[in-house]
Design a protein around this ligand. Structure first.
Ligand code: SAH
Length: 393
């Protein structure tokens, strides 16, 4: 048996990683990993002593070399409408938020991937917090663990946690490996058993990572489009200067073609007088029709219209109801599916643009992150503009 300097947090490992840990580090049979996964993710047990179908010796070995370290619940806030928000402490300095949104027949958990975010989308926030660091796989799956424990052990058919959207704090595709590993546990029967299409990655458009995702994972893709042309999109989503719409749409086509029969969701946050005009709806229809044609599938592109959620200090506004409906009607008349996503959990500040974590030491980290981005050929947006960290409803 190898020496392990530090205890391995088992929450950091997916099935394969855990099997390797059992075989290589503990010198045990790989299937033991399955028993432990069930204890952790199905029964929410973190203390090896309670894992009673493991022999005493194995439990002692686990005690010595491993731990199950879950996020610390700092705040637990239920809403009138069933929405639930947790503030989770990650390391004593940083905290992130996770939101559970129940709806007819399903329950969606909005999960964070980073402490803060470095992309500085102007309408979205993030920058009052800046970027601190990526969350580990344990910290990502830990959010699901906390929610699942809260929701209780319900039989599969009535499971209250049916969907996960990576739409909380951060850009999931800038924390690729940890997000992919955590999503593997979400979809594993020994983990949370979610169907592939019920786990969604939402991205501001990190093109090379969309291609990697197509190869290395099997989940739904949502793209934060927000504008139908480069001029406007670059103002709203600075990353667009690095990966403009044409490249982004091509990557989405490649994704959809690789995952035969899968649609891609395009998120469009409606902002008054900015991107809610009839001309923009026409441009959007053209763009998405071209996508459907390239994928050769009707309704390959789905649109989610999200009325902007204002936050203190923002210069953007939510369009009035008439404008929202008119925009939606233009898309519907062109034969597109375009539901308007309504805000939930208003009373606990749980809607898009309203979540706030706690981010420590962000300036230095932001600078480091930008350097990494540049060296990878990505874009570091640098300065901290105003905004708040959000999650999508
Ligand atoms: N970085 C990823 C995931 C987080 S954002 C991404 O960009 O997709 C998830 C969604 O939240 C974005 O698509 C955006 O539409 C939405 N959002 C952010 N701030 C918002 C706000 N103030 N009002 C409405 N939606 C917002």
């Amino acid at each position: 048996m190898k020496e392990v300097a530090q205890k391995q947090n088992l929450l950091d490992l997916d099935r394969e990683g855990l099997e390797c840990f059992f075989a290589d580090t503990l010198g045990e049979k790989r299937y033991r990993a399955h028993q432990v996964m069930k204890w952790i993710h199905h029964r929410h047990v973190t203390d090896f002593v309670e894992m009673t179908d493991l022999g005493k010796l194995l439990r002692a070995k686990l005690e010595e070399h491993a731990e199950v370290r879950v996020p610390l619940v700092q705040l637990d806030k239920p809403s009138e409408d069933g929405t639930h928000k947790w503030l989770l402490g990650m390391d004593g300095k940083n905290a992130i938020e996770t939101v559970y949104i129940p709806d007819k027949g399903r329950g969606t958990l909005c999960v964070s991937s980073q402490v803060g975010c470095a992309l500085n989308c102007t309408f979205c926030s993030t920058a009052t917090q800046g970027f601190n660091r990526n969350l580990s796989a344990a910290e990502i799956i830990g959010q699901v663990w906390v929610a699942a424990r809260h929701l209780g052990n319900v039989p599969h058919k009535q499971r209250k946690l049916t969907n996960v959207v990576m739409m909380g704090m951060g850009e999931p595709l800038m924390n690729f490996d940890n997000v992919v590993r955590a999503m593997s546990v979400m979809r594993d029967d020994l983990g949370y058993g979610l169907a592939n299409k019920r786990v969604t990655v939402s991205t501001a458009g990190v093109v090379p990572m969309i291609d990697r995702l197509a190869v290395e994972s099997d989940v739904s893709l949502a793209v934060s489009l927000h504008a139908p042309n480069d001029e406007l999109r670059s103002q709203l989503v600075p990353l667009n200067k690095k990966y403009p719409i044409e490249e982004l749409m091509d990557a989405c086509v490649r994704y959809a073609l690789r995952k035969k029969g899968t649609s891609v969701t395009f998120e469009y946050t409606l902002m008054k007088g900015v991107n809610d005009q009839p001309q923009q709806a026409r441009e959007l229809v053209r763009l998405l029709r071209a996508f459907d044609n390239a994928v050769q599938m009707k309704d390959a592109a789905k649109v989610n219209l999200i009325p902007f959620n204002p936050f203190p200090g923002t210069r953007f506004e939510r369009p009035d109801e008439v404008a929202i409906r008119a925009f939606q009607k233009q898309l519907n008349d062109a034969g597109m599916i375009a539901p308007v996503r309504r805000t939930r959990g208003d009373d606990i500040d749980a809607a898009c643009g309203q979540l706030k974590g706690q981010v420590a030491d962000r300036t230095r980290r932001q600078a480091e992150f930008n350097k990494t981005l540049e060296s990878r050929g990505g874009r570091g947006t640098g300065d901290n503009e105003e905004g708040t960290v959000h999650a999508a409803a």
